[in-house]
Design a protein around this ligand. Sequence first.
Ligand code: BES
Ligand code: MN
Ligand code: MN
Length: 462
Amino acid sequence: MQEVQNYIQANKDRFLEELLELLKIPSVSADPAFKNDVIKTAEFVADSLNKAGVDNVEVCPTAGNPIVYGDKIINPDLPTVLVYGHYDVQPADPIELWESGPFEPVIKKTEIHPDGAIFARGSCDDKGQLYMHVKAIEALLANDALPCNVKFMIEGEEEVGSVNLGIFCKENTEKLSCDVILISDTSIIANDTPSITTALRGLSYVEVEVTGPNRDLHSGVYGGGVANPINVLCDMIASLHDENGHITVEGFYDDVEELSMEERKKMAEAPFNEEAYKKSLGIDAVQGEKGYSTEERVSIRPTLDVNGIWGGYIGEGAKTVLPSKAFAKISMRLVPHQDSDKITELFSNHFNKIAPDSVKVEVKPHHGGAPAVTPTDTPEYQAAHLAMIDTFGKDPIPKREGGSIPIVALFEEVLNAKSVLMGFGLNSDAIHSPNEHFGLFNFYKGIETIPYFYKHYAELKK
Ligand code: BES
Ligand code: MN
Ligand code: MN
């Protein structure tokens, strides 16, 4: 292992330069205008796996964006780790809030990253983190030190729901057969407080449309006598939470897993500074469901949030209009045992029920995803734990996180393998926001830790 670590130290600068090239390609999956760049990115990833010494590298076409596959089978009798990551990124908007171009990576020091951080869309989510895996395997292969089999599956549609990856997995169970899936697409608590993610929330996403009169009306001639769909939509949305921050959709909490007091006490031991949290977000107070801490609200409790709302006149100046329609996008984060399809249906029924007779409503479901929990009493969790001790010099803390990676639940179902969520980002790295960044410390720590994961996993599986 020392040789592997020496190799990483000796090649640090080149690793970074290569990542910067990857970050320059705008692989936005949500916008079809970036289709060619998405394909270029898949080819870049495939090329980098080839150069790292990985075998059987292919860019697999799907009905959507291609999936990059590659493997290194050193001995079929040894355990196999499947590395999953995504090369697609979120749109850069609002672009005017970026201090430098989202696809022109620059390195800047910050208070949290005194050694510097790479500013670019995808630097943390997930190009920077997937590239740690490419460089880790390069270091292992260059030193003839890979202790187990490794497969790579890097997709280009995570940020839009991974629909084609689900199909790909179902059609290629043999090719993808493995003992465990290793994913770096989550965060650690802080650079001096390593953690391993033990749960992800699920998602149910809908779009609603409220229709009032059959056309936009003069708000003086008709206002007061005809329902304004924007006013109605605001009332309806406001009623979706009660005064305690509980979601009012009937049946919403029926399947929610309640954690024991003991588990909650254990969770509360993880370091969290609410004052610093508020300060970093520029807010004077936190808000959420009564009876739960901030840390619990953003991990073990389900939520309902409006992601966008529109309708009526929003151009320059004033226009006195009573609009015909109002719209909103609403997402619900789900916790273990909640079912995405069921929640979408409960929401739809509830939303129709609370609509006044003066409007018509339509609820259109978007993508959903199941929550996931990863056990801590497995060789793979233990391997991640030991690997982090090797490189951070302290025990990582198990932590439930609030984000979603819907494909994790499907992996378990289709590939019959558990996942290890060993991410290296920070929640303050602004993923999905302007000025996303990834610490150089984090990038290198990931590259250094991954080889130890393979080593411990191979030993524990003996
Ligand atoms: N990497 C994130 C998920 C994440 C971030 C998990 C931080 C834990 C900590 C992933 O790329 C993501 O953004 N997922 C989407 C879901 C998808 C269906 C659009 C999400 O959580 O909104
Ligand atoms: Mn991600
Ligand atoms: Mn993301």
